[in-house]
Design a protein. Structure first.
Length: 298
């Protein structure tokens, strides 16, 4: 079965037999020794001074030492690292609800600050957890990257959502039936496996009400977002132990870009290879409805 992803325009092939392939190559788990970890608080001489602190200095924002973009060049942009814990061994599944609230609030606060920079056209918030997800440090952290251009993927997504609303008179996310693909929900958010998932066990988290930007969440909703994000990561780790994953926040930055914001969790089950790179298509070895059922039951 081949499907076109509504939001990105990319094609995915659902090939269930691919999950039966033997995996003889063992993937190493990256663990940075504490004495070499720049994100441990005792090694703060290895990084710049924090720009922002929260939750008793548990959460710290610093400039990325190896930025993708530069603040004072033609390649204009801002690249931050958000260290979300003092503890070298902890990650989201170990955080308290209070810790998750302050993490979500910190992201909101930083976006509010970056919104004042009129040179920025887009800000991407993302997390790489584990070496197979692209992390170069094992100490839990996020990255926040401000760009002076709007990437083509985001242009496509914005246009797809605007076109849908123009045609049907309602938001794509607001009209969707989540019953079969539901993973978890709380008072404010729904977690589900999209019908056109590009990745195995991919989860999207959206607000139940039409909210275009995480900047507009109140404290109660920030706490709900943190709680459901943690719940989803725990569920994924019960399916695949020590799972590497990416978290991406899709968030309208300027008013003309605004849409129903959402978080995407991309479990790194399997890997992109020659077929994906040469065709721009994806291969998913589990149907989203089956992935959602498995995740609901753990």
């Amino acid at each position: 079965m081949i499907k076109k992803n509504f939001l990105t325009g990319e094609y995915v092939i659902y090939s269930l037999d691919r999950a039966k392939r033997p995996q003889n190559i063992k993937k190493d788990i990256l663990t940075t020794p504490i004495k070499l970890c720049p994100f441990c608080i005792e090694n703060n001489h290895m990084t710049s001074e924090p720009i922002y602190k929260s939750f008793n200095d548990e959460i710290r924002l610093i400039y990325n030492k190896y930025p993708i973009t530069q603040y004072d060049t033609e390649n204009y942009g801002i690249h931050y690292v958000l260290i979300d814990t003092k503890d070298h061994e902890k990650n989201i599944i170990n955080y308290t609800d209070e810790h998750m609230f302050y993490l979500m609030k910190c992201i909101k606060d930083i976006l509010n600050i970056l919104y004042e920079d009129k040179k920025l056209k887009y800000v991407q918030v993302f997390k790489n957890q584990g070496i197979n997800a692209g992390a170069s440090q094992s100490h839990s952290h996020w990255q926040i990257l401000g760009l002076s251009i709007l990437p083509n993927k985001q242009k496509y997504m914005i246009n797809a959502l605007k076109s849908y609303e123009k045609q049907y008179g309602k938001c794509y996310f607001c009209i969707m039936d989540y019953s079969q693909n539901l993973v978890y929900e709380n008072n404010d958010f729904i977690a589900f496996c999209p019908n056109d998932s590009l990745y195995c066990y991919e989860i999207n988290i959206i607000p139940k009400h039409h909210i275009t930007n995480i900047r507009y969440l109140n404290d109660e909703m920030l706490a709900s977002l943190g709680a459901i994000l943690k719940k989803c990561i725990i569920k994924l780790n019960l399916i695949h132990n020590n799972l590497d994953y990416n978290i991406c926040l899709y968030n309208g930055f300027r008013k003309e870009d605004e849409y129903h914001f959402f978080l995407q969790i991309i479990p790194r089950v399997g890997s992109l290879a020659g077929f994906e790179f040469s065709t721009g298509m994806f291969v998913n070895s589990i149907l989203p409805v089956d992935a959602a059922k498995s995740l609901r039951l753990v």
